[in-house]
Design a protein around this ligand. Structure first.
Ligand SMILES: C[S@@+](CC[C@H](N)C(=O)[O-])C[C@H]1O[C@@H](n2cnc3c(N)ncnc32)[C@H](O)[C@@H]1O
Length: 236
C-alpha cells in the first residue's frame, strides 16, 4: 500500500492496560460474534502489542462492498458506532477499542441492532490508523470522549497530539471530517491548540449528526460539565 505513510511510534499509549476479564454475557457475545465482526487475525510484532508494519486490511472485502469509510478510535462499548451504523447504513465503520470486555459489549449491541456495517479491531487505533490505511482513504474519523489524561506529566498520553493530527490529516480524504467530543474543558482547549492552526484542517464546530448521548456524555453532564463538540474538515 502506501510506503510514504508516516510511522507513529507509540511506546506511550493513550489507554490504560486493564484486566480483560469479561462477565458472562460479554463472554457469550464474544464467543458468538467474534468471528463475524472482530478483526483480530492481523500480524503482530512478536512479544509486543503492536501491529506488524506489514499488517493490512481490505475494507471492501471485509464489508463485501466499497463504501465511504469512517474510523472510530476508542469506541468503548460501541454506543456511538452502533447508533451511527443504524443511522447511516451507507457508511462502512471500523472501530478500534483495546478493552476487550467493551468490545464484547459492542458485539451484543451490533447483534441487537442488526447492523452489518461495523467491524472492530481490538488494537491501538493510533497505530492502526498509521499501519492499516493509506493516504486519503478515510471519509471520517471519530474520537469521542477520549481519556482525558489531566495531569501535566500525562499529557503526552493524550490521543490528540501534533503527530496524531498530522497522521489524521494524511489519512482523511480532502473534505473529510474529524469529529471529536469531550466533557473536559482542558481537553477541548488542548484540541484547539493542536488543531486550530494546523494547515490541514478548517474548524467547523458542531455536534455530529446522529451522535447519541453515551454513558460518558451523561456522566459529564451529571457532574456539571459542558460538552464540547468539535469538528475539523480536511482542507482540499
Ligand atoms: C472514556 S472511553 C469513551 C468511549 C466511547 N468513545 C464513548 O464515547 O462512549 C475511552 C475509550 O478509549 C479506549 N482507547 C483509548 N485509547 C485508545 C487507542 N489508542 N486505541 C483504541 N482504544 C483506545 C479506552 O480503552 C476506552 O475504552
Amino acid at each position: 500500500m502506501n510506503d510514504q505513510r508516516p510511522r507513529v511510534r507509540r511506546e506511550v499509549v493513550s489507554f490504560v492496560r486493564r484486566s480483560t476479564r469479561m462477565n458472562e454475557s460479554q463472554r457469550k457475545a464474544w464467543d458468538a460474534h467474534r468471528d463475524a465482526w472482530v478483526i483480530d487475525d492481523l500480524p503482530m510484532v512478536e512479544m509486543h502489542t503492536s501491529l506488524a508494519p506489514e499488517a493490512t486490511i481490505d475494507p471492501a472485502a471485509i464489508f463485501g462492498r466499497a463504501a465511504p469509510l469512517a474510523v472510530e478510535i476508542g469506541s468503548g462499548a460501541g454506543e456511538n458506532a452502533v447508533a451511527l451504523a443504524l443511522a447511516r447504513p451507507e457508511v462502512n465503520i471500523i472501530a478500534f477499542e483495546v478493552f476487550l470486555p467493551a468490545v464484547a459489549s459492542t458485539l451484543s449491541r451490533i447483534a441487537r441492532a442488526g447492523v452489518t456495517n461495523v467491524r472492530i479491531i481490538p488494537r491501538d487505533g493510533a497505530q492502526g490508523l498509521a499501519t492499516l490505511f493509506g493516504t486519503g482513504e478515510l471519509a471520517e474519523l471519530w474520537t469521542f470522549f477520549p481519556d482525558p489524561w489531566h495531569k501535566g506529566r500525562h499529557h503526552k498520553r493524550r490521543l490528540v497530539n501534533p503527530g496524531f493530527a498530522d497522521l489524521v490529516a494524511d489519512r482523511l480524504a480532502p473534505g473529510g471530517l474529524w469529529y471529536l467530543a469531550t466533557d473536559w474543558a482542558d481537553y477541548a482547549e488542548h484540541v484547539h491548540e493542536v488543531l486550530d492552526e494546523h494547515p490541514g484542517f478548517a474548524a467547523e464546530h458542531r455536534r455530529m449528526p446522529h451522535r447519541p448521548e453515551t454513558k460518558y456524555e451523561r456522566r459529564g453532564i451529571e457532574a456539571g460539565r459542558r460538552i464540547h463538540d468539535l469538528a475539523y474538515r480536511r482542507r482540499a
